[in-house]
Design a protein around this ligand. Structure first.
Ligand SMILES: [Zn+2]
Length: 330
């Protein structure tokens, strides 16, 4: 056996031992950590530095398979309630419904026999790109100089260095995510005019891919129709986004859609109690935020935290998961 493999085996054994040591001993004190991905990339992209490449995703899944107990999300919640949670419990989720969930993540998940859930925005099925990916593509292609968007109320952004382009993507995405779909479409249209062509790519799941994920045992969850920030739309629109998304997904996969993830997911900012109530009334059994922390049987079923360790090093990635599993529950 070569030295690298011996080191990995040793470090895996340390991770498992630590994970068992931090597991709460009392009955009913089980914990779960839910990791949350969006896109998986074929190769590194400086404009998407926080998204893992398939190579990174591969070692992260190998690590989860080797050192943690990866559970189907819906089952894990039932196990918490029934007080029979194993130590080092983790569930894997993907948001938005990117094609990379099917093309790049699924083969790795299958290789390690890992269950997962994907939360899908139905308005993007069979479509090219989400609005934020159009911003990204514009920032990639626009020539050096100043990106002038004052006429549509977005100000201007220097595009001289790679860092400028990253800053522009971040600023424009943050600003536009709180706009209604028409406002995002106006920004995208302006960017496409400036670049001089369509910036749509084939990034989102097709209906057939969604069916293939479902057939492969990936749980399909809801994530609204157009990915609005729910606090930025009126109650009737929010209700239609939540219920219509569920009905559409169920009409495709022919079975109940049980789990929901709030767009952007910050409790009190991106959604509030009204939306949790709407999600419950739509027939969902649980809903997920983007807060950091462990899930316990005391966690509210409609405000369940999820996050992803951002570390690009094996021990740090595992260490952060263990830290979250040991940490204070919300
Ligand atoms: Zn999302």
């Amino acid at each position: 056996m070569n030295q690298a493999r011996t080191t990995t085996r040793l470090s895996d054994s340390v991770i498992r031992t630590l994970g068992d040591a931090i597991a709460p001993r009392g009955a009913g004190e089980g914990r779960l950590c839910i990791v949350n991905y969006h896109r998986i990339l074929e190769r590194p992209d400086p404009l998407l530095a926080s998204e893992p490449t398939v190579e990174t995703f591969h070692w992260q899944m190998e690590l989860l398979a080797s050192c943690f107990n990866v559970l189907p999300l819906h089952d894990a919640l039932e196990m918490l309630k029934a007080e029979r949670m194993p130590p080092r419990a983790v569930a894997i989720t993907f948001d938005d419904g990117y094609r990379s969930t099917h093309d790049l993540a699924l083969p790795v998940l299958q290789q390690y026999q890992l269950p997962a859930t994907v939360f899908v925005t139905t308005g993007h099925i069979d479509k090219g790109s989400m609005w934020n990916d159009v911003i990204l593509e514009a920032a990639r292609r626009l020539p050096r100089g100043e990106l002038e968007l004052s006429d549509i109320g977005f100000g201007s952004y220097p595009l001289h260095t790679p860092q400028d382009r990253q800053n522009a993507v971040q600023a424009l995405t943050e600003r536009s995510k709180y706009l209604p779909p028409a406002g995002r479409a106006q920004l995208n249209h302006k960017l496409e005019t400036l670049v001089g062509c369509s910036l749509e790519q084939e990034l989102m799941l097709t209906r057939d891919m969604l069916l293939a994920l479902n057939r492969a045992g990936v749980e399909i969850g809801g994530h609204t129709i157009t990915h609005p920030i729910l606090t930025c739309v009126d109650d009737a629109t929010a209700q239609a986004e939540i219920a219509g998304n569920k009905q559409h997904l169920e009409s495709i996969i022919g079975k109940p859609v049980r789990l929901f993830a709030y767009p952007n997911g910050k409790q009190g900012i991106d959604f509030d109690e009204r939306h949790a109530q709407m999600v419950r009334e739509a027939g969902y059994s649980a809903a997920f935020t983007t807060a950091v922390g462990p899930v316990t049987r005391h966690t509210g079923r409609y405000t369940i935290p999820r996050s992803r360790p951002w570390d690009n090093h094996r021990m740090k990635f595992a260490g952060r998961l263990l830290y979250w599993l040991a940490g204070r529950a919300a």
